[in-house]
Structure formats: C-alpha cells, structure tokens
Design a binder for this molecule. Structure first.
Ligand SMILES: Cc1cc2nc3c(=O)[nH]c(=O)nc-3n(C[C@H](O)[C@H](O)[C@H](O)COP(=O)(O)OP(=O)(O)OC[C@H]3O[C@@H](n4cnc5c(N)ncnc54)[C@H](O)[C@@H]3O)c2cc1C
Length: 389
C-alpha cells in the first residue's frame, strides 16, 4: 500500500481496468473478448514488434468456436480446415487408421483447423484495438495492493490497473508473484519442429492434411507429425517427439542440424526419414509441464491464463486450446461480475477451469484421450455453465 502511494507520482497513467501481460494467443483472445464486451483493457507485450514466428499449430472445436465468435471469417481465411487424418505405422508408414474429420465439424460445431502460427497471430491481432496494444513493454515487477496493481516495465512508465492477467507464457513473471504456484518442470521429452515444403512429400504414397507416425509403447511413446498449414497445402509442419535427456545447455529452444534429427529417428519409415534428412531450420524444444495449482490461483487482483498457469506437452494438441478456453471463461466471469467485484470473478474463473485443466493436462501427459473425444472437443467455453461461486 505504502509502495503504491510512494510510487504514485511515477505512474503517468491508469491505463485500463484490466492489464494483460503478453500478446500471445491467450492474451490476444482475452483482449478481443473483453473489447467485444465493452470492458476496458490494455495489453503489454515484451516484443518490440510482432513477427510471423514459429511453425504450425492445431486447434479443434473447443478453440475454433471462440476464434469464430471473435473474428468471424478472418479465422476461416487463415490456416486449413483439416479434412482427413491418417495414423501410420512407425517402421514402414502403412496406414493404420483413417479419420474423416467432417464428422467432427458436425458433432462439435466447428472443424479442426491448422495454422501457420504467424498467420494465426496476424488474424488475432486484428481482433484487438491497435491503441490497446503496447509493444516493447517487458514487465519486470508488480505490486498488488488492496486497490489495484502497480506494474513496472523495463522500458516506459509504470502503469496501474484494477486487475492483472498474466498471459505471459512459460517463463511468466506474473506467476512468480502468486506464492506457491507450481513452477514448470522439464517433462523428459523433447520436440523437433520444422516447416516442410509440399514438394518434399512427393515420395509418400498417400498424403493427408494430418499424418502421425506413432510408436506407442507407454513411457517410450514417440511420434512424428506432418500436417498442412495452409489451404493450398504448400507448407507442412513437422513435429517429432520422443524422450531425451536435456544435457548441458540452458533449458530453452535452439537450432539443431538435420543429422541430430535423423540419428534420433533412424528406425522410422525410410520414406519419412528421407524427408527429415532434407529439412532446414530445425528447432529443438524442451517440453515443459506444470499442473494448474490448487485454487486459489489469484492473489488480490492478479490471475493467470494459458502457459503462464499450466504449460502442457503438445501430444494431444491442446496447450493453445486451453489458453483460448481460459480467455473465454475469464472474459465471461468478468462480464457477469458486478462492478469492482474482481475477486468474485476470479474465483468463479478458477473454479470453472480447475477440474477441466487437470483432466486435459493428464490426458496430454498420457497421450491418451480416455473416454473418446466428446468431453474434450465438445466443450464450448462460450456456453458451458460457469461455476456458481
Ligand atoms: C512443439 C510444440 C507444439 C505445440 N503444438 C500445439 C498444437 O498443435 N495445438 C495447441 O493448442 N498447442 C500447441 N502447443 C502449445 C502452445 O504453443 C501453447 O500452449 C500456447 O502458445 C500458449 O499460449 P499463451 O498465450 O499462453 O503463451 P505464449 O504463446 O507463450 O505467449 C506469451 C506472450 O507473453 C509475452 N511475454 C512473456 N513474458 C513477458 C513479460 N515479462 N512482459 C511482457 N510480455 C511478456 C511473450 O513475448 C509472448 O508474446 C505446442 C507447443 C509446443 C512446444
């Protein structure tokens, strides 16, 4: 409290009721939804400019329904509607299972889609008012008092807000503020990721929008995915996951050469191995996990969403989906709250999310969606009941 009073003269603006840290998928979706509901918000992002970074990302009806509500056809004109999935044998690529994805679109109200991350980001950016987005603002510390939150950035003036949402990803600064909140740990698994031009797939006997070579042996479960990222099927995303110790280096993504990849996956279908042997710009990612903490997550007027609160493995393609679900539920709780009743809204948000997140996190860890897809993909965060309190 004293800190707030003392520093008041350094604060040049009370920018908005809700300050969102991070313009990733979760932060942009939350900003867009709050804007649509007429709730004032500001987003603070550390990057000086938002560039088309990264490879691909898959979303299913539980995320796509929100994107469509938020952005209409901006989303349907980005990425690709996934028509067919194939599961293939690890050692020779024979087709083991085929999924017609049209059924899912009918059952869950939206088709699964895959995107180039940069293009998805560009579409989501159009959903937030440009004046609400503050770039080159890296949060370095915060102080939550009884009457709001004070934010300090490496560059630029401090800001005061009534509510703070940490959508600042795996290395969240906001999470550090919530005492006892679980910290991410290395899962013992890594992912290699690269973009594959369509011409490189010419040697495959059959190509589908999404293909998974899968060696399913419990804890040594490993897989390689190839999936299209655009409607013209010009570019595919390759993701190869297996168990591997993280030696030496700091635990962060870095570029590796293609021999590293082909040595690790040398016993895979030779047709796929030949494709892996041509790739450029292969990035190795440590897969980090943290289960959502037991409620309460919020501390005064501070809460978390997405990877800041519960990073998960990519095995069932739902980390980003959970960030979108979080954003939609939080926006609804804030919209329904009486003026100034942030604690009530945050409590409802975490109570609505806790069980769902724990179940999805566990399915992701096991790479197994027990009981079929309905509970996972049939969850519409725009309409599911909110916790009563
Ligand atoms: C190999 C791999 C494949 C994956 N595939 C899928 C998939 O197919 N489908 C899926 O749903 N999920 C997938 N995921 C998970 C998905 O990428 C994440 O869950 C999702 O990006 C999380 O979004 P977010 O908005 O919470 O965080 P991020 O996307 O990490 O965004 C956080 C933002 O906060 C900013 N930031 C960080 N610190 C600060 C600070 N101090 N101040 C200001 N700004 C800050 C960052 O610059 C960034 O813009 C995959 C993950 C991996 C590793």
């Amino acid at each position: 409290m004293r800190f707030l009073e003392e520093s008041a003269r350094l604060v040049d603006n009370v920018n908005a009721d809700t300050a969102i840290i991070g313009a990733g998928i979760g932060g942009l979706v939350l900003g867009g939804l709050l804007g649509k509901a007429g709730i004032s918000y500001s987003i603070y992002e550390q990057a000086p400019k938002l560039e088309a970074l990264g490879a691909g990302i898959n979303f299913h009806a539980n995320g796509i329904n929100v994107f469509e509500y938020l952005s209409g056809d901006r989303i349907s004109s980005a990425g690709v509607r996934v028509k067919r999935r194939l599961y293939r044998r690890w050692d020779n690529g024979d087709i083991v299972k085929t999924f017609d994805m049209a059924d899912r679109a009918i059952r869950y109200g939206a088709a699964s889609r895959a995107f180039h991350r940069g293009e998805l980001h560009a579409a989501l950016l159009k959903c937030v008012a440009p004046e609400r987005l503050n770039l080159n603002r890296r949060l370095c510390s915060l102080y939550a008092g009884s009457d709001g939150v004070e934010l300090k950035f490496e560059e630029g003036p401090s800001v005061r807000a009534k509510l703070l949402v940490g959508a600042d990803g795996l290395h969240s600064v906001v999470r550090r503020h919530i005492e006892g909140f679980p910290q991410p740990r290395f899962s013992g698994r890594v992912a290699y990721r690269a973009i594959v031009p369509a011409e490189a797939l010419a040697g495959l006997p059959e190509i589908a929008d999404y293909m998974r070579w899968w060696d399913r042996h419990g804890s040594t479960d490993r897989y390689v995915l190839l999936y299209a990222m655009d409607e013209d099927r010009h570019r595919y995303c390759m993701v190869a996951v297996h168990s591997e110790a993280w030696l030496g280096r700091e635990i962060s993504p870095h570029v590796v050469d293609r021999d590293t990849l082909t040595e690790r996956f040398s016993d895979i279908d030779p047709k796929l191995l030949a494709i892996l042997g041509q790739l450029e710009n292969i990035i190795k990612w440590p897969l980090m996990v943290a289960y959502p903490g037991n409620p309460p997550w919020y501390d005064r007027a501070v809460t978390l969403l997405g990877d800041a609160g519960h990073p998960m493995t990519p095995h069932i393609g739902q980390g980003g989906g959970m960030a979108v679900e979080d954003a939609a539920i939080l926006a609804r709780c804030l919209t329904e709250a009486k003026p100034g009743q942030y604690a009530v809204a945050l409590r409802r948000y975490e109570h609505t999310r806790y069980e769902r997140l724990t179940r999805v996190q566990s399915a992701s860890d096991n790479n197994e969606i027990e009981g079929g897809n309905d509970w996972l993909l049939g969850y519409n965060p725009l309409t599911v009941p909110l916790s009563a309190n």
